[in-house]
Design a protein around this ligand. Structure first.
Ligand SMILES: [Zn+2]
Length: 246
């Protein structure tokens, strides 16, 4: 049985080095290191390099400029061997869309970097489900995609409408007009398995690939306990009243 998300994104080797984000000189030094690597995102899709050993998500920093430069960069953290890892969001015109046949579950757009046959753009779900990159790279890809998606879609201050500045090495956006600080959005969810004797309850959405079933899941609402969210979501989605939640 193939499992998605939970296991695929759990092996995060990065020290996020959050205490270093505000020191611009130190971040610049990290970025200039020979062993620094970039996870490059274009139109929500990670850019992978093809090699004899397979697909690789960590690209040399020089690839950012080779692909036209980044709209936003973020220091994702430092690997156990000391190598810094950055996320970079390319401009939309860095890649060309050859087809748009997304089915609502997998992002099946065909994106290509013109003239770069050595690069491949693959959506994150396909990467995770097919194990296209090592597990520790999948977790970094998830962080990079989520953070860059937030930058791409939250450019303006939600308080006053001004264009915000990127701050804290890509982990905050500051409004130059009203001084509001904006932090990356993170949505807590519950995912749970309702069981009775040796049976369990699974569900599927119409957009799921054929044959795929999932444990039920849903968003945790403000002020709600995890247990209450589990009961509410199972009742909403399946009409089932739960006993003990643990
Ligand atoms: Zn503002």
């Amino acid at each position: 049985m193939t499992t998605l998300d939970g296991l695929a994104f759990a092996a995060d080797p990065l020290d996020r080095a959050s205490y270093r984000r505000d020191d611009k000189a130190e971040v610049a030094d990290l970025r200039a290191r020979d062993d620094a690597r970039a996870i490059v995102i274009a139109r929500d899709m990670p850019v992978l390099s093809k090699s004899a050993a397979g697909l690789q998500a960590l690209l040399p920093m020089a690839e950012i400029d080779a692909l036209g430069g980044a709209r936003v960069e973020a220091l994702l953290g430092v690997l156990p061997d000391g190598a810094p890892v950055f996320a970079a969001l390319l401009g939309d015109d860095a890649v060309e869309e050859r087809s748009n046949a997304s089915d609502g579950f997998f992002d099946r757009r065909v994106l290509v970097a013109p003239g770069r046959e050595d690069l491949k753009l693959v959506d994150l779900r396909s990467i995770a489900l097919s194990g296209l990159v090592p597990p520790e790279q999948a977790s970094m890809l998830a962080a990079a995609k989520a953070l860059m998606h937030w930058h791409a879609h939250r450019r303006f201050c939600s308080n006053c409408g001004q264009l915000n500045d990127v701050a804290a090495s890509g982990w905050r956006r500051d409004c130059p007009a009203c001084k509001t600080q904006h932090f990356p959005r993170s949505d807590p969810v519950v995912i749970m398995l309702a069981v009775e004797a040796d049976a369990c309850l699974l569900g599927r959405q119409p957009r799921f690939p054929k044959g795929m079933y999932s444990a039920l899941a849903g968003f945790l609402e403000p002020g709600e306990t995890i247990e209450a969210a589990v009961r509410r979501e199972i009742h909403e989605e399946a009409g089932v009243a739960c006993g003990e939640v643990r």
